[in-house]
Design a protein around this ligand. Structure first.
Ligand code: ZN
Length: 432
């Protein structure tokens, strides 16, 4: 049950982390119980430990992906699939429902093998997120820690309405859906406040506000009464304001902010979750490949710029910024979270060290799980990853890990089957 990790270099996940060599990390079941210089550890302490030789690798906290839709592969296809139909089909009989659960297991495992030891779902099928969380907690399947939202709340014609989100037709109904979702003990509530790129009707208007202010207020009040934080899909400035006035805790995606929006962030103590990775699809990928229309490209540019500007402004203003990938959406496979760190360095202009902090302890703080995970510290959960090279100098080393440790369980040389086309494009775009 006890393991001793030797010959590694520690990056502990805190803001000012510096590589520390010559240290030993001892874990007992799912906890880190001791971190000390090698010469302070005597043979007696190691007597019942499995010795894990890190061979000069870098050991750091497991990554936390703050924005995941677990049931999606991230595959790209030229036809947009009708999510509503797909979900309906999946729920139609016991065989397809069981298939759905197996698909959840598979995608959660992919995320774990890529170094994500915690993921926060923000819109899933019915109560599948919490069901997966239970299977993982019971040790029936191997996966990351799940912070589950289950289905989101949207409005008729709104983002993901009828597939991964309920359609509220009044403020009372929005609150009622929150109570319904809360019955399955989720960790958070997700609201779809604006539209996205694909449901924009004209150039220049992605992220149009679909959920009226009163609905947002009612849903947030109800969620907070039940002790649940609220995450909101928002892709325009007006949407940010509606969301923050209503009291949401995290703005997912975001938009270019003005002074009033910055003030609202501060008044409400809200955080921003940056999701740059999938926004590159319309904005940066060759149109011969994406078959995107002029409208999609123009709106894709606006959304990408909005997410980047939002993160930049929040960092400057001392507003917490978290990292997510919108995993499951086209162009964002479940195993690509490490690329969001690269996006943060490339587009937001932070250092690799800062990106690693935001993806670990920073995200843990926003998700309120920093007592449990997010840094390598005695007493915390043994959620760690090991890279071959120093990620502060070579971020690409995060793309193929040496080891993943989740709640004390060690996985050596994790392998993932990836989409070759997406990998090739991302390798080209994300040069830093
Ligand atoms: Zn999303």
């Amino acid at each position: 049950m006890r393991k001793a990790y030797l010959n590694g270099i520690i990056l502990d996940g805190t803001e000012n982390m510096e590589p520390k060599a010559g240290m030993v990390i001892i874990t007992d079941c799912d906890r880190i119980v001791r971190i000390a210089p090698k010469d302070e550890i005597d043979a007696y302490e190691l007597r019942d430990c499995e010795i894990v030789n890190l061979g000069g690798g870098y050991i750091m906290p497991g990554l936390i992906n703050m924005h995941v839709h677990i049931p999606g592969s991230g595959k790209i296809s030229k036809e947009t699939s009708d999510t509503k139909k797909v979900v309906k089909l999946m729920m139609s009989n016991p065989i397809t429902r069981a298939y759905g659960h197996r698909m959840y297991n598979k995608f959660a495992l992919q995320a774990l093998l890529s170094g994500v030891t915690t993921e926060r779902s923000v819109g899933g099928i019915r109560s599948y997120d919490t069901a997966l969380r239970s299977r993982i907690e019971a040790g029936k399947v191997l996966g990351p820690r799940i912070l589950a939202s289950n289905m989101a709340v949207s409005v008729p014609g709104g983002h993901m309405a009828g597939s991964l989100a309920y359609e509220a037709t009044s403020p009372d109904e929005a609150a009622e859906y929150v109570r319904l979702i809360a019955k399955d003990s989720p960790d958070l509530i997700k609201l779809m406040i604006t539209g996205g790129v694909l449901d924009a009707e004209e150039i220049g208007s992605p992220g149009i506000v679909k959920m009226p202010q009163e609905y947002v207020n009612a849903a947030c009040d109800q969620a907070h009464k039940l002790g649940l934080p609220v995450a909101a899909h928002v892709e325009s400035l007006e949407g940010v304001k509606v969301a923050l006035r209503g009291g949401v805790d995290t703005i997912e995606h975001g938009a270019t902010l003005d002074e009033e929006a910055v003030e609202l962030f501060k008044i409400h103590g809200a955080s921003h979750i940056q999701t740059i990775l999938p926004t590159q699809y319309f904005s940066k990928v060759d149109r011969e490949f994406t078959a995107a229309s002029d409208k999609d490209v123009a709106n894709g540019d606006i959304v990408m710029e909005g997410v980047i500007n939002c993160a930049k402004t929040c960092l400057k203003e001392g507003i917490p910024v978290g990292l997510g990938t919108d995993a499951g959406c086209p162009f964002s496979p479940q195993y690509s979270f490490w690329r969001e760190l690269v996006c943060m360095v490339k587009y937001v202009g932070v250092t690799p060290k800062q990106a690693l902090y935001h993806a670990t302890l920073g995200n843990a703080r926003i998700a309120n799980i920093d007592e449990l995970t997010g840094s390598i510290e005695e007493g915390k959960c043994a959620d760690m990853i090991v890279t071959y090279d120093n990620p502060l100098e070579n971020m690409n080393t995060l793309g193929q890990l040496k080891m993943v440790i989740v709640r004390g369980d060690l996985i050596r040389d994790p392998k993932i089957k990836k989409f070759k086309d997406i990998e090739r494009i991302l390798d080209d775009i994300l040069v830093i």
